[in-house]
Design a protein around this ligand. Structure first.
Ligand code: ACO
Length: 368
């Protein structure tokens, strides 16, 4: 029998020029640039880098920003479909449905040229904040506020979801998270997008599949699970007992561990610093105390370090997002990486179709 790589662990499935995750040096590069350096830039600029392979010129960036501002309104057809969903539907289900609708109505859906794929990726990028905002606001009986053309992508995104103009520290924290979440090589959702693309299916189908993969708590769903854990624990004093109980019950602690990084997630220090700034500005040092307490208990008990979801979850709560909207925000960021991978897969495609080793019953025949 051939060697089985359960969960494809350790398998190098293909090459990619989009990003490099190096667990040894604990680094993450987008198109060669360290993500920590990119976290000081605007998300629009990082999106262009991931798609185009190079930083945009000032003119290219302004052109993209204009197109992004023009595409911010919620499509009426998306609104009508979402309105048919129960208010209890998880916002990730709302987003997955909305992406699918956007694919069904996109006139370039079947055009797989690079120019068309880029145009579709840009449209999704611009459309998702309103989808995420609507997923949160409709449950509170609120409609979307009109998009704010005077605000950049990150600030308008927060405005769209919360209805409040964010201050500088809120915008900076949110933008940092968007940059850090945008891309991470062959993670489960990106790989799902590449598998779908490899059948010569369309970009929206690939992104819809990726949203489904991201929803699970072992992947993107962990950021909302982290805040649920913080609420359950309550305060720093409760961390040790909570952890002992959960580890004794063999439960995974959300926001800790990573398939690739063994010595800590390269994105955590940057996001942790952003969380610290935000929590301090909001007078919520209790959140930071709980963060530190659970992190050190986990390190002592299991020698396992936090991943990006650990600082992002509490930050999103402090930014006024509903807990189950955290993962949809991750979608709005990761759509950049997914679409970059769709274009890369398409440019040098080979159908992704691994083998399996059969371990069911041997040959048998139906009774005569
Ligand atoms: N809590 C408790 N124990 C853990 C955790 C955790 N978060 N992560 C790993 N372990 C333990 C496992 O129990 C296992 O221990 P054992 O050998 O004694 O049974 C060992 O570490 C190896 O764990 P695996 O799950 O086999 O490692 P894998 O590489 O498959 O897991 C994963 C990676 C899925 C991310 C895992 O660490 C996990 O479930 N973490 C919690 C979910 C999470 O935070 N996901 C977010 C991922 S990052 C992102 O999407 C931005």
């Amino acid at each position: 029998m051939s060697e089985i790589h359960k969960g494809l662990a350790g398998v190098v499935a293909d090459t990619t020029a989009v990003s490099k995750v190096d667990p040894e040096s604990n680094s993450l590069l987008y198109r060669g640039y360290p993500v920590q350096e990119l976290a000081t830039r605007g998300f629009e600029e990082v999106a262009r880098l991931l798609w185009d392979g190079e930083l945009p010129t000032a003119e290219e960036l302004e052109g993209f920003r204009e197109r992004e501002r023009a595409g911010r309104a919620l499509d009426d057809r998306v609104r009508r479909v979402v309105d048919e969903l129960p208010l209890s539907a998880h916002p990730m289900d709302v987003v997955r449905t909305a992406v699918s609708v956007l694919g069904a109505v996109d006139e370039q859906a079947a055009d797989h040229s690079r120019a068309a794929e880029l145009a579709k990726a840009e449209r999704l990028f611009a459309a998702l904040p309103a989808v995420v905002g609507y997923a949160q606001r409709r449950r509170h009986g609120q409609d979307l506020p009109a998009p704010r053309d005077d605000l950049g992508y990150a600030a308008n995104f927060l405005w769209t979801v919360t209805g409040e103009e964010p201050d500088e520290v809120a915008t900076r924290t949110f933008e940092t998270s968007l940059v850090l979440y945008a891309e991470h090589s062959f993670n489960a959702s990106t790989f799902a997008a590449r598998v779908v693309t490899s059948t010569l299916s369309d970009l929206h189908s690939a992104v819809t599949a990726a949203v489904g993969a991201l929803k699970g708590p072992l992947h993107g769903g962990a950021n909302e699970a982290v805040w649920t854990v913080f609420q359950e624990i309550g305060s720093a004093q409760g961390a040790a007992a909570w952890l002992a109980e959960n580890l004794a019950a063999h439960r995974k602690v959300m926001g800790f561990g990573h398939r690739v990084y063994r010595h800590g997630d390269s994105r955590v220090p940057t996001m942790h610093a952003a969380l610290r700034e935000l929590a301090t500005a909001r007078g919520r040092t209790d959140v930071l105390d709980l963060y530190d307490a659970l992190e050190s208990e986990m390190l002592r008990a299991k020698d396992i370090r936090p991943n990006l979801d650990y600082p992002a979850g509490p930050a999103y709560h402090l930014l006024g997002l509903d807990t189950d909207v955290f993962t949809p925000v991750f979608v709005a960021s990761r759509v950049v990486g997914w679409s970059a991978h769709v274009m890369e897969q398409r440019a040098a495609n080979s159908l992704i179709r691994p083998l399996s080793a059969y371990d069911g019953p041997g040959l048998r025949h139906l009774p005569a």
